[in-house]
Design a protein around this ligand. Sequence first.
Ligand SMILES: C[S@@+](CC[C@H](N)C(=O)[O-])C[C@H]1O[C@@H](n2cnc3c(N)ncnc32)[C@H](O)[C@@H]1O
Length: 209
Amino acid sequence: MNLYERNQKQRVFFNEKIDSYDDTHHTYMDTKKVLADNLDKDTIKILDLGAGTGLELIHLFELFPDARVTVIDITEKMLERLKQRDFSNKVETICGDFFEVDFGNEYDAVISTSALHHFKKDEKIKLYQKVYNCLKENGQFINCDKIALTDDVEENQLHELEHNIDNYKHIDTPLTVEHEIEILEKIGFKNIASSNVDKDDYKLIMSRK
Ligand SMILES: C[S@@+](CC[C@H](N)C(=O)[O-])C[C@H]1O[C@@H](n2cnc3c(N)ncnc32)[C@H](O)[C@@H]1O
């Protein structure tokens, strides 16, 4: 199954999950709030990759009421839910695949949470290069996501993806934090730092252009 097909599988999965999504993710709210907590104080123009129903944006607009956010997300029902939120007039939504949609440019920050742990290393290099290209000089990339705790976990999940994807609705293939950092360094991001959040298999990874 190629990347396009896998991304469409994600779309089907999240469209089907819409009625339970916000309740299921309630215990993950701290992994979402850390994004806004770590933005530079003068941040205005933000790109959110995979905002889904917009849970991380609730806290973001509390801290940054003047922010202008562009969201790219492949799942139409998730975006319909986001558009019902009271801050939706400050959000532009683009329904599409990260690998196909133009990201635009001159963002103060690119943020993402729980949305980027389905891509292989070579795919992430392409994706993070797009992130780098769309940021202003010194702009922030703040990603809080699931990570593989060891190389073995990373390899086993990728093995499942290669050999058993048809048997699963959804396979997580997080990279280790070391591999995440390696990719960011390769692209040229600076000030790369990772820290723990309140879920053992999640990390906050921050960097700058
Ligand atoms: C687990 S949800 C996270 C939503 C939100 N960030 C949160 O933390 O509640 C992952 C989101 O990423 C989106 N997504 C996954 N792969 C994508 C892709 N290739 N292009 C665009 N959106 C994608 C899904 O549609 C989904 O809304």
